[in-house]
Design a protein around this ligand. Structure first.
Ligand code: SF4
Ligand code: SF4
Length: 327
């Protein structure tokens, strides 16, 4: 049973540029412009009319956008829940300007070992993450640690939790790695690792969407009976001001928005692609968290039940429930 039929999330790509070079990501290789603030303002008005509740300002590295504070402010003024994930290289410098503008602020950290984290990220950013935690806490911000789980860093979950999250009262978000296109995130997570992840789900200050684990155990999305609702739950806007369908990672087709996002989204051409979400050949076995998370939220099925506990837990900690309900 489908509970919500309108889109609920916008992944707003502010730029594809990035100041890190993570081995499991190819986005930083793309040439890219930056989003124009006035254009974004018009899109946000339409996103609101389309029923979107959450704006994820993403990239690339979203803090590379020189007017990131203005973009966040616009979204907040319009009543959206805002979320942003950063590699932290620029956060200490910008923290004052960003204060109070990000509801769900995530710092990427995949190891408590400086060398290991920096190796994975391709640049020296570990010290910036530590500095960002200090700065954010001083400003009374509540960042979360976003830990991407690979087969080779599972030993670091406990280390990051005990050495960094618990002493600073930060939520540890466990984000199982996923592969897409030609980008490999190492071997798929083994049954042992998936069981280990589940054992972390109920610990204090840990957020793990158990439906992510369940989907991997089931072999991912199935094209003949898709769980993916990427295009009907999530709008992807590119730095070139295009609507990308059915999801960023597949990027089958992009449509220029031309100040008309709402009309464009409802057009036959776009809706034909929306109907193909999860059904294209590349969709077989897909586990891309960015789209599966909203997909789990809109239809009652076993993944919806699996996701429910962690969703309630996280929104209670972050205080975002009331906002979701009152939008
Ligand atoms: S910080 Fe994010 S966008 Fe940049 S290279 Fe790493 S994963 Fe990609
Ligand atoms: S199954 Fe994966 S690749 Fe296919 S539309 Fe959904 S998120 Fe994109």
């Amino acid at each position: 049973m489908r509970l919500i039929k309108h889109p609920i999330l916008c992944n707003y790509y502010l730029t594809y540029r990035c100041n890190a070079k993570c081995g499991f990501c190819d986005i930083w290789e793309k040439p890219s412009p930056y989003v124009n603030v006035e254009t974004a303002r018009k899109n946000l008005v339409d996103l609101r009319k389309l029923g979107v509740k959450v704006i994820d300002f993403t990239g690339g590295e979203p803090l590379l956008h020189r007017e990131i504070d203005a973009l966040l402010e616009l979204a907040k003024e319009m009543g959206f829940i805002t979320t942003l994930t950063t590699n932290c290289l620029l956060y200490p410098k910008l923290a004052e300007k960003l204060k109070g503008k990000i509801d769900m602020l995530h710092f990427s950290l995949d190891s408590s070992d400086k060398y290991e984290h920096d190796q994975m990220r391709g640049v020296e950013c570990f010290d910036f993450v530590m500095e960002s935690i200090r700065v954010a806490i001083d400003l009374k911000e509540r960042p979360d640690i976003l830990f991407t789980v690979f087969e080779n860093n599972t030993d670091q979950i406990k280390e990051v939790y005990e050495k960094i999250c618990i002493p600073n009262d930060l939520v540890l978000i466990l984000n199982p790695a996923f592969s897409y296109n030609e980008i490999e995130s190492g071997p798929p997570l083994s049954g042992e690792t998936l069981n280990l992840l589940e054992s972390w789900a109920r610990k204090k200050n840990v957020y793990l969407n158990e439906a992510f684990v369940e989907l991997r155990k089931d072999g991912g999305n199935k094209v003949d009976d898709p769980i993916c609702k990427a295009a009907s739950t999530t709008l992807v806007i590119s730095p070139e001001n295009e609507l990308v369908l059915p999801c960023y990672h597949l990027g089958e087709k992009s449509f220029p928005i031309d100040n008309n996002l709402r009309v464009l989204y409802h057009s036959d051409e776009v809706q034909k692609l929306v109907a193909l979400e999860g059904r294209l050949p590349a969709c077989q076995g897909c586990t891309i968290n960015c789209y599966m998370q909203p997909s789990f939220a809109v239809e009652v099925n076993k993944y919806w039940f699996k996701a429910l506990r962690s969703t309630i837990k996280y929104n209670r900690i972050k205080g975002t429930w009331t906002k979701l309900l009152n939008f």
